[in-house]
Design a protein around this ligand. Structure first.
Ligand code: GTP
Ligand code: MG
Length: 566
């Protein structure tokens, strides 16, 4: 069995390389694909099936380890937009087999190239030249961000050049609305929205590569550090173009405590002491921020925001186009990321609904990229999770349920907060709830249109409304630091807007309009597409005559309450 599995792996990897080199030669590629499929079918079918099953439920930890390893074998190369793809690959193959590559545009054309072996990078670095600049000085910091230079004349316009560029930003909302209007059901509209907006495989790889490039800078001071992505880049709810939240993890360094040796003697490092953890975090981020600013190729607009509740360094990584936030000592946020990822993996409806609600909220200005009294994407996600816990039967378990299922290795206490929850997905039993996405979206709006925000708090730990412990307009219990409110920043005006748009959206969704074929013209926005248009949702009260069937009594009373509130 071991023999055939390794044979299969060897064949599969050589096929992957062939596929890369034979790109464009259709028939040969098809033939190779058939051989590949044949091998998978005939050799160890059960192994493959079992593996696929396991792969379907990979923990975030496993996914990240794999991505980090890929990133360490990768380089980012700036190249001319008319670079000949075949020549480019032939040139780079001199350094070793290429496992994966793609081209994309961000302030110019770039290629991400992942080699099969990390050693290929060493031979590439040996040959790479230092740029010769005549009137400027250069900072002699070498990184895995390179430029392809070409002495031969440019390819003529007729020569087959250029390559397919991967899109690294999401499509504009008006295009999305057009696309959704062509779908046949609201369920299809919701899944289509997720497909369009979610991070692509390539974009995820690029995010991990940026973490890895940043690690190379931080490693000058802390050779054992890692830089981990967290937040929407990895929790499954990231939209193309979302920021890249990074965490400088130094625990590998500080965790190693002395084991009492038999001789009674041991050595320990002498280390500086500081007045607090926060002070240490601030000084580390300050130094790393300076390094990023002064030595980091492609890193621009570096700001050190060290007095924030969670100190951070913010900058733009131009070659990827990512807005980056680097933090340290932010373990609770890492746990929240793991939790959100787990919920998203449990049932596909979770991700679809979160994507839809996030997109809807953005379209109506309920969330914003500028900090302020707005509801954040994180708060909104917790609200969706809470709503799904309140379904009958619940679609996802409460955080207390997940904690009760945890094994000994799952135990996690961070700064006195119990952050324990199960990591083994197979221990989680879900109840049978078959509600459609359309129903859930509609009920989401109704749920929050009538929620007793004045008295109650939202808690995904308990999965039940709790009495509000403080007078903030919106109270969403922090999942792991239960005394904290994640929506403390939200003011009454923003909460009222959220409730009003929920009421109006709920009403609009119940109108059951469907797509009307419109010969030659773009279809009229309907269903979710209409919901994403502020002009359609706002002021629907004045357009009651357009509705096709009477609103339910419940909706009528909602509109009455809206009138009263206004
Ligand atoms: P977008 O960046 O808006 O796409 O979403 P995001 O989920 O990445 O949000 P953000 O960048 O604001 O925050 C990154 C991560 O930090 C979140 O996913 C959470 O894990 C965590 N986080 C953000 N805000 C809070 C908060 O108020 N409390 C806690 N405990 N964690 C937070
Ligand atoms: Mg983020």
């Amino acid at each position: 069995m071991r023999l055939s599995a390794s044979f299969e792996a060897a064949m599969a990897s050589s096929l992957a390389v062939c596929r890369l080199n034979m790109k464009g030669r259709g028939s040969l590629l098809k033939f190779l694909q058939k051989v590949d499929t044949f091998l998978h079918r005939t050799i160890g079918t059960n192994v493959v099936a079992a593996q696929e099953e396991r792969e379907g439920c990979k923990s975030l930890y496993a996914v990240e380890a794999e991505r980090q390893e890929q990133a360490e074998r990768s380089v980012l190369i700036s190249c001319h937009s008319r670079t000949n793809e075949k020549k480019f690959l032939n040139f780079l193959s001199r350094y070793g087999d290429i496992n994966k590559y793609f081209f994309y545009e961000s302030y110019g054309m770039y290629a991400l190239v992942e080699f099969t072996n990390q050693e290929s990078l060493s031979s590439l670095f040996e040959e790479a030249a230092i740029p010769s600049v005549s009137h400027e000085s250069i900072v002699p910091f070498k990184s895995r961000l390179l430029s392809l230079r070409n002495l031969s004349p440019m390819e003529s316009p007729n020569h087959q050049v250029g390559q397919q560029c991967q899109l690294q930003t999401s499509i504009p909302i008006n295009k999305l609305i057009q696309r959704l209007s062509r779908e046949e059901s609201i369920d299809q509209q919701i899944t289509s929205l997720t497909d369009v907006y979610q991070l692509t495989e390539e974009n995820s790889r690029l995010r991990f590569l940026v973490c890895s490039l940043l690690k190379d800078i931080a490693a000058a001071y802390f050779p054992d550090c890692t830089i981990k992505a967290f937040g929407s880049s990895v929790n499954g709810f990231g939209k193309l173009g979302c920021d890249l939240d990074m965490f400088l993890d130094l625990d590998g360094i500080s965790e190693k405590c002395a084991k009492m040796p038999r001789s009674g003697l041991w050595l320990e490092y002498q280390m500086k002491q500081a007045i607090s953890e926060r002070a240490v975090t601030q000084s580390i981020l300050s130094v790393i921020g300076d390094c990023v600013d002064q030595f980091g190729p492609g890193c621009v607009g570096v700001q050190k925001i060290l007095n924030a509740r969670c100190p951070l360094v913010r900058f733009t990584h131009q070659p990827s186009g990512f807005q980056c936030d680097l933090t340290a000592n932010n373990r609770v946020a890492i746990k929240s990321t793991e939790l959100l990822y787990l919920y998203g993996e449990l049932d596909p409806r979770v991700r679809h609904l979160v994507f839809t609600v996030r997109c809807w909220a953005r379209a109506h200005g309920i969330t914003s990229s500028i900090p302020g009294a707005w509801i954040t994407n994180f708060s909104l996600t917790v609200m969706v999770l809470f709503f799904l816990q309140r379904r009958s039967p619940p679609i996802i378990p409460t955080l207390d349920n997940l904690r009760d299922l945890a094994g000994p290795t799952d135990k996690s206490v961070i700064e006195g907060n119990d952050c324990t929850f199960v990591s083994d997905f197979s221990k989680i039993q879900l109840q049978s709830n078959t509600e459609t996405l359309e129903k859930l979206l509609c009920e989401f709006f109704e749920f929050y249109a009538t929620f007793a925000f004045n008295k109650m708090s939202i808690s995904i730990r308990k999965g039940k409304e709790q009495n509000k412990p403080e007078m903030a307009p919106l109270h969403i219990q922090n999942p792991f630091e239960s005394s904290l409110n994640v929506s403390k920043n939200v003011n009454v005006t923003q909460l009222d807007r959220f409730v009003a748009v929920c009421q109006e959206s709920s009403w609009l969704l119940q109108q059951r309009e469907t797509s009307t074929p419109n010969e030659g013209k773009a279809p009229t926005p309907w269903g979710l597409a209409a919901l994403l248009m502020p002009s359609k949702v706002a002021g629907i009260k004045g357009r009651k005559t357009r509705r096709r069937e009477p609103a339910s009594e419940r909706i009528k009373s909602l509109l009455e309450s809206l009138k009263t509130t206004n």
